[in-house]
Structures are given as structure tokens and as C-alpha cells.
Design a protein around this ligand. Structure first.
Ligand SMILES: Cc1cc2nc3c(=O)[nH]c(=O)nc-3n(C[C@H](O)[C@H](O)[C@H](O)COP(=O)(O)OP(=O)(O)OC[C@H]3O[C@@H](n4cnc5c(N)ncnc54)[C@H](O)[C@@H]3O)c2cc1C
Length: 372
């Protein structure tokens, strides 16, 4: 198609092109706009909505359950773990400061971890001691007394609360990001698949099209915020995709307790929303099958989650599903995200694991501070 004079002169040239319209892409555009108020910035997203993890997640605002942190300690030093948890905590504060707690329905209702055997109470003391200085609080406490009120199956023998965790409304969060970016003059192109990003001496060519380049944007700098899908642009990076499953039940009666809940070392999670049960996870049941960038529902996981709903979480009710969907995350050998230059004018900010709600804005902030 021939481009018009107007399109050619006003709509192809940018200071920053952000590829990927998820949490990181939007925050990157927002922070860049705040630093360079007159800059021309566009977010290019291949889906109609964000089509990876940011509109598909479960909306848990997490800094890490006790057994997740214990797991992390087997891969990193205690100091590195404190830094990681602090970054998540600060990310949650920043998320509220930038978007407004009310706008994203941020609720610090506490995160609870369920145990099938009585947990080792000494671990609570250990992690509270480790984190107290950085967080200015002792986040963990035993909450076994709540088990009776919560009404879970009697297979659950222990409950540990993390007072700094809670929930957000994922849809409201993304809509707030759209509004904030638009208010700063950031443009967004959706249904725009980036085929390749090619740097020459004076600028970067960003080719958009379904199978063949149909439009070429010209950018002074490019931020690749494509998380699980980034191997398309940087085949050598250390990154594995991980599909996640989330389901929401039909309305249920009774137990609509407040909190975000995890079990099986954080692999499974649930919470109640508007009189329905939201639950998800279970990737550990088929890690190989779920290491994919393809959306889809793994029947083995779906069945197990439904069984957990009926036997573990609300054992006195028959839970029926209303919504079932998947999303794609990105993992690496270490928990830290990957923020680096791939060439003079191109930077990546990716690999957020299952903590993007907390660290999405921090990844963007670090990218901007270091490279833009
Ligand atoms: C099922 C599920 C549940 C989760 N639950 C939670 C939770 O409760 N709490 C939490 O903190 N985190 C959770 N996460 C993780 C969190 O959602 C992610 O860490 C976060 O959304 C990552 O944001 P992102 O912007 O890096 O990536 P994404 O949201 O994946 O954004 C990347 C974007 O790039 C776009 N893109 C890719 N390739 C191209 C291309 N070639 N051209 C144009 N656009 C392209 C994609 O369409 C996508 O929109 C969950 C994730 C999933 C999948």
C-alpha cells in the first residue's frame, strides 16, 4: 500500500519505539516520556490487547512466600535475596504511586501460604530477621488460628501469612497504564507485529507486518519489552518461556475470604474475587509441556486445579468454571530479570518470571536510568 504524504512525514519517525505493550513496555514509555517530555514515543503491540502475560495474570502483588524464598536461597546468597525482595517491595510501592492504589484496586490483604505438614516455625524467625532491616518490618507470621474460619480441607495443616502481599485488579492496572501513557503523549499501535529490528549507523529500522514488512518505523532508540517472545530478536539470550493457566469459577456461596493464597511452593495459587474463586498455576505438573510460547489449556492442569478447588479450597461446594485462559511468562536460570543492551541503540528489559506485577515498573526504571 502506498503511504500518504501525512503518514510518511508525521507517523513513521520516533525517538523511542517500544516493542511490546505489556507492563514493562508501558512503564518504559511512561518513564521515557517523563524524562524527555518532547520526545516522540510509540508502543508497538502485536495483539489487540497486550498478548503475553500482563493482561492474563492472576493479579497477585507478591514479594515471595516463605517456601519460595527458601527455594531462592538455594540459588543465591542471603544478601542477593534481600535485594531481590526489596526490589519487589519497592516495585509495589512505585506501582501505587504512579497509577494510584484505588485505580488498580490495590489491596494489601496479606498473602498466605498453605502447608500440608506443620511448617517449621524457626524459618519464620530466620526470614523475618533476614528481611527486617531492608523492609522495616517483619513480614511473616504464623496464622494457623485462621484455618478454621477459612474452611479449607483438613489436609491443610499450617498457614503462614506474609503481611506485605495482596492483590490488584489486572484489567484496571493495564487500563490505568494505557491512560497514563496517553496522557504523556505516548502513542500506541496495536495489531502491529514487529518482524525485525535492524540497526544502522544513524537509526533503527523497525519492520511491521504480518509475514512481510508492510511499514518501516525509524527510531533513534528501541526498547524490546517482549518478555517470553524475545528470542525472535535475540536468539542467544538465556530465556525459557513458561505457560500459566488461570481459571475463575461461577459464583460460589459462602467462603469469600480476603487474601492471596499459595501452596506447593508457590506453584499453585488462588483468591476470591467478586464472589468467585480464582485459581491457577500447576506448571510443575507438566513442566516440559508448559515450556512453550503457544497459548492453550493443558487438560492435566485444568483437571487437577478443579479437583483442588473442590477438595482442598472450598471442600463443601461443587465448583464450576466460568473462565479458563492461559498466558506466557519468561524464566531464566536466575530470578533476576535481564536488562541489557543488545546493540548501540537497542535495549531489552525482559524475563520477569511470575513477579511482573511487583517488578515490572522497576525493570522499566532501570532500563531508562541505564540506557536512555
Ligand atoms: C497465567 C499467569 C499468571 C500470572 N500471575 C501473576 C501474578 O499473580 N502476579 C505477578 O506479579 N505476576 C504474575 N504473572 C507474571 C506477570 O504477568 C509477568 O511477569 C508480566 O506481565 C510480564 O510483563 P512484560 O511486559 O514483561 O511481558 P508481557 O506482558 O508478556 O508483554 C510482552 C508483549 O510483547 C508483545 N510482543 C511479543 N512479540 C512481539 C512482536 N514481534 N511484535 C509486537 N509485539 C510483540 C506481546 O504480544 C506482549 O503483549 C503471571 C503470568 C501469567 C502468564
Amino acid at each position: 500500500m502506498n503511504l500518504s504524504y501525512w503518514e510518511r512525514t508525521e507517523m513513521l519517525d520516533y525517538d523511542l519505539v517500544v516493542v511490546g505493550g505489556g507492563i514493562v513496555g508501558y512503564f518504559t514509555a511512561i518513564y521515557y516520556a517523563q524524562r524527555h517530555p518532547n520526545a516522540r514515543i510509540v508502543i508497538v503491540e502485536r495483539g489487540l490487547f497486550s498478548s503475553g502475560a500482563s493482561t492474563k495474570n492472576a493479579g497477585f502483588s507478591c514479594i515471595g512466600s516463605l517456601s519460595e524464598l527458601e527455594d531462592d536461597l538455594s540459588q543465591m546468597t542471603p544478601d542477593a535475596l534481600v535485594d531481590l525482595v526489596l526490589k519487589r517491595y519497592e516495585g509495589l510501592q512505585e506501582l501505587q504511586a504512579v497509577l494510584g492504589a484505588k485505580n488498580i484496586d490495590y489491596q494489601e490483604v496479606g498473602g498466605y501460604e498453605l502447608f500440608f505438614e506443620s511448617p517449621d516455625i524457626d524459618k519464620i524467625t530466620y526470614f523475618n530477621d533476614l528481611l527486617e532491616k531492608a523492609l522495616q518490618s517483619r513480614p511473616f507470621e504464623e496464622s494457623n488460628e485462621k484455618l478454621k474460619d477459612f474452611g479449607f480441607s483438613n489436609q491443610i495443616k499450617g498457614l503462614i501469612k506474609n503481611n506485605l502481599e495482596g492483590t490488584v485488579n489486572t484489567g484496571k492496572l493495564m487500563v490505568s497504564l494505557h491512560k497514563k501513557a496517553a496522557s504523556l503523549g505516548v502513542q500506541t499501535l496495536t495489531l502491529a507485529n514487529v518482524l525485525c529490528v535492524e540497526e544502522n549507523r544513524n537509526y533503527v529500522k523497525v519492520a511491521i507486518g504480518k509475514n512481510n514488512p508492510e511499514y518501516i518505523l525509524k527510531a533513534q532508540q528501541v526498547a524490546l519489552c517482549t518478555n517470553a517472545f524475545s528470542k525472535q530478536f535475540c536468539p542467544d539470550i538465556e530465556l525459557n518461556p513458561g505457560r500459566g493457566l488461570v481459571m475463575i469459577s461461577k459464583p460460589i456461596t459462602g467462603s469469600c475470604i480476603k487474601g492471596s493464597f499459595h501452596y506447593n511452593s508457590g506453584y499453585n495459587y488462588f483468591r476470591f474475587i467478586n464472589g468467585r474463586l480464582l485459581l491457577g498455576g500447576g506448571r510443575h505438573l507438566d513442566k516440559e509441556g508448559e515450556t512453550t510460547t503457544e497459548f492453550g489449556v493443558n487438560e492435566k492442569l485444568r483437571k487437577q486445579l478443579l479437583q483442588d478447588a473442590n477438595h482442598l479450597i472450598v471442600p463443601n461446594q461443587k465448583v464450576e468454571l466460568d473462565y479458563v485462559w492461559s498466558g506466557i511468562m519468561a524464566f531464566g536460570n536466575q530470578k533476576n530479570p535481564l536488562i541489557q543492551k543488545v546493540s548501540d541503540r537497542v535495549v531489552v528489559g525482559i524475563r520477569l518470571g511470575g513477579m511482573g506485577v511487583a517488578i515490572g515498573c522497576m525493570v522499566a526504571r532501570e532500563m531508562i536510568k541505564k540506557f536512555f
